[in-house]
Design a protein around this ligand. Structure first.
Ligand code: ZN
Length: 176
């Protein structure tokens, strides 16, 4: 059996550290918005969107430029991570969808049969109806992905489509 453990730490920054953390967070937000604006502008001009490496080059230019020299005060890695997030999600037209967790661990992805007996142990899924067997975490992930796609189809169908509609992909997470 695999056991996952998480630790939670409380930081107790002093006044000076708090101010720095706020400034760094502000810098990350600024970089995110600037990168997003840049990608939009490129798209509207018919240019290709920049990849992560290209965005990092832009970031270096912003840090060394005369307009936003204060970006240099923030550590570079959080700023680069900011470019990574979202490059992955928003600029690909991705979505974060909340999925109700009900039955995601009890539903057979092969035949759809829902039963708590399908989950014989924490680790193993075995459908009592059709005999489908698989790692229980994988089954949960499949079901969450499917539920996410179903929700996505319902909720986004009538929404205004962004220019990136063609490359949009859904990202599913279990709701709490
Ligand atoms: Zn089944």
């Amino acid at each position: 059996m695999q056991r996952l453990q998480a630790f939670k730490y409380e930081l107790r920054p002093d006044g000076q550290q708090q101010r720095q953390m706020r400034r760094f967070a502000g810098s990350c937000r600024f970089v995110f918005n600037k990168a997003l604006a840049l990608q939009k502008a490129r798209y509207e001009q018919g240019e290709k969107k920049l990849g992560y490496a290209g965005l990092c080059k832009e970031l270096t230019a912003w840090r060394n430029g005369s307009e936003t020299p204060w970006l240099k005060d923030a550590p570079v890695h959080p700023l680069q991570q900011t470019l990574k997030v979202d490059y992955k999600l928003a600029w690909n037209g991705g979505y974060l969808i909340a999925v109700p967790p009900q039955n995601t661990s009890r539903t057979c992805p092969a035949c759809g049969h829902v039963s708590k007996d399908n989950r014989q142990t924490q680790a193993q899924f075995a459908c009592v109806e059709c005999g489908f067997e698989e790692n229980a975490d994988l089954v949960g992930a499949i079901n969450i992905l499917r539920a996410g796609h179903a929700r996505f189809a319902c909720e986004v169908r009538d929404a205004v489509r962004s220019p990136a509609a063609g490359t949009r992909r859904g990202e599913s997470v279990p709701a709490d």
